[in-house]
Ligand binder design. Sequence first.
Ligand code: ADE
Length: 362
Amino acid sequence: MAAEPDCLLKSVNSSASDPHQSVKIQPGPVKTHEKAVTSKSTDSARYQREHPPGESGRVLKPVNSRPSCPELTAPVKPGSGKVQQKTTTSSESARKKWTLEDFDIGRPLGKGKFGNVYLAREKSTKYVVALKVLFKSQLQKAGVEHQLRREIEIQSHLSHPHILRLFQYFQDKTRVYLVLEYAPKGELYKELMKNTRFDERRTATYMYQMTSALKYCHSKKVIHRDIKPENLLLGLTGDLKIADFGWSVHAPSSRRTTLCGTLDYLPPEMIEGKLHDEKVDIWSLGVLCYEFLVGKPPFEAESNADTYRRITKVDLQFPRHVSEPAKNLVSQLLKHDPNQRLSLDKVLEHPWIKENRLPSTS
Ligand code: ADE
């Protein structure tokens, strides 16, 4: 890997970055192998299922031994926000410098503010991944390079069945590429739109998976801060995967970046710009649970000012179809005082979760 996260994007200023001038990403050739991922009968699919790269810290080397990237496998020093000093290994000299040439690019999987995500396949191993392509010029214009650096540093050190893996990253003159785990069942918010709302079994199952992933993040002092359906993906068996760590930080934190987009998921302490900790994710978990059950977030309003008012007052109302035990859980998560919110351990033990969640498939 050519660049450490800390120096990533340093070349932004010096490069004449014109996204339109650079090599075009040609969607197409991976299509057939997407089938391979979803088809239970192919070797590639079986290999990817039986050998998740997160299992051994192996990075994109399922068949022939490819050197992994120490920057992306070394542990994060808790609280430091820095990648630990890497140790020099014999494989280091042989370390692979990834480029776009190493991948066949397939169909677009999603659109983002700073670029798109494509289905892709690493040529030598045939490993199917999702390639997130971000334009440096756009990141720079929005002043979010630090967020990308943090996203890379944090997500690359997390390994959990319900957190999307970030295997590698690389860059060229105009773009930064994130090599991500491919989640074959796609974006969860599309499922929610298709179904309007989820039943209690499905909601409790997702809640259990979310809670277990957040417990893991919080044990590493990582707070996600942007939990919402748009940032969740679905794996091959329909299991939930938290993606997009662009807003994540090490706790405690104060917000220095301007909030943009919806306020719907933000806890009172964050919209008020106060010092906050991992309990912000517990609030968002309550908002998420409500949205899964009802089909819209609890504090939705005509204007941002009204949403703000409803959040700070915790103006929470449930439609009649929501069961008492489900209401009980959501109400215990959506407490104005962060210290009054139910702990993640207690969410896992909540009677409604225990009675309704389906056994894990991942
Ligand atoms: N859409 C955005 N990112 C994705 C991913 N990693 N897998 C599948 N679909 C996606």
